[in-house]
Ligand binder design. Structure first.
Ligand SMILES: Cc1ncc(COP(=O)(O)O)c(C=O)c1O
Length: 372
């Protein structure tokens, strides 16, 4: 079996520290430690003993995380090193070679790649660009069968920024329940809604085989803490915990203490508010750029995230276009093909320097269009 690399993350890790402006990322400009620390916090950090931390996550942090999900208890939470680890160990716990899984495309292709590396058959159902990235749930229903072990979705979605309606979510849950399949929902973008301050409802609690994943990286702008989590039935949490012991033993202690502080209700509201400001003003800038270059680029306005999933009107593949942008202007964007959709670029806009970078991008696109 050939190893399936995580092409998007490989693209980012190879180039993100070599360019002047990185818009290939999928957070907003992240917060500083100073912005997380409240009164007395520095002393708590300085007095922390750097012994191995509690392996499944500190009680205080798991209690804070559980409070974000109706009816969840702290023993249904496992704290992980980012949502990345949660997705990895969940796949290890739930999937075996020969299993079938069905994923949403376009999407963040982590579960897609892990499942292939585990010897599973990966099917997909589309989000439809000409219908504002609504999901084709008839296609999902047709793809799910007796061999389906898991349906894996990302909601709100990376890269399209679309959010499932309550009806769509209910239908997906019903399809999973009918097949007895696990429903794995990556919810790291909950809290990044652009048009409302109301958080997208979690899938948690919809059915007994639902497992949800969260993170401090996106909605809180704290990617550097590397704290994520999964919330699921207790047996599955314990199964994932056994994998967690092999991979990392525990998440970092200072990060867990900082995560506990970040999720204290007033700090949480402040951090989410900060991220929303950056995402909303970033989108306004991206929208102006799209209108100024309507012959070259277009995008469905995202309902969430700080991402523009931009369709460029050129007959060139997205790696070639992203590569030309990087080489000619030292700006990094993500090729759409790495997220399952050609002729798109994923451009994050929650950064002050995004407008300057967008000007450089349109210059390259125009040059490519005229054959330069
Ligand atoms: C949908 C999705 N899940 C998980 C991750 C990984 O997040 P973390 O930084 O928490 O590991 C990302 C990062 O881009 C993502 O977009």
């Amino acid at each position: 079996m050939t190893f399936q690399p995580f092409a998007l993350e490989q693209w980012q890790s190879e180039w993100e520290h070599t360019v002047e402006i990185n818009l290939a990322d999928s957070s907003v400009r992240c917060a500083t430690l100073r912005e997380v620390l409240g009164a007395g916090a520095v002393d708590r950090l300085l007095d922390q003993v750097l012994f191995y931390p509690q392996v499944n996550g500190t009680d205080a942090l798991r209690t804070r995380i559980a409070s974000l999900y109706a009816g969840a208890q702290a023993d249904q939470v496992l704290v992980t090193t980012g949502a990345s680890e949660a997705n990895q160990i969940l796949c290890q716990a739930l999937l075996s070679p020969g299993d079938e899984i069905v994923v949403m495309e376009p999407g963040y292709r982590q579960v897609w790649g892990i499942a292939r590396n585990l010897g599973c058959t990966v099917k997909s159902f589309p989000l439809l660009p000409d219908q504002g990235w609504r999901p084709d749930l008839d296609a999902l229903e047709a793809a799910v069968g007796p061999r389906t072990r898991m349906i894996a979705i990302v909601n709100p979605n990376n890269p399209t920024g679309s959010i499932l309606t309550v009806e769509e979510a209910a239908r997906i849950t019903a399809i999973a329940a009918k097949a007895g399949a696990w429903l794995h929902v990556d919810e790291v973008y909950r809290g990044t809604e652009r048009l409302t301050d109301v958080e997208t409802p979690s899938f948690w609690g919809g059915y007994e085989r639902v497992v949800v994943v969260g993170s401090l990286s996106k909605a809180y702008g704290l990617a550097g803490l590397r704290i994520g989590w999964l919330v699921g039935p207790k047996d599955l949490v314990e199964d994932a915990w056994r994998r967690h012991e092999y991979v990392v033993i525990a998440a970092a202690g200072p990060s867990m203490l900082l995560a506990e502080m970040a999720l204290e209700p007033a700090t949480r509201a402040r951090l989410v508010g900060r991220q929303r400001e950056l995402s909303r003003s970033g989108w306004a800038g991206l929208e102006r750029w799209l209108s100024a270059h309507a012959d070259l680029v277009s995008a469905v306005p995202p309902a969430a995230t700080a991402l523009g999933f931009v369709r460029y009107h050129l007959d060139l593949d997205s790696v070639a276009v992203a590569d030309a942008i990087r080489r000619r202007t030292s700006v990094l964007v993500a090729p759409g093909v790495y997220l399952g959709a050609e002729h798109h670029l994923r451009i994050t806009h929650g950064y002050e320097h995004a407008p300057a970078a967008l000007d450089r991008i349109s210059t390259v696109l125009r040059d490519l269009k005229t054959g330069r």
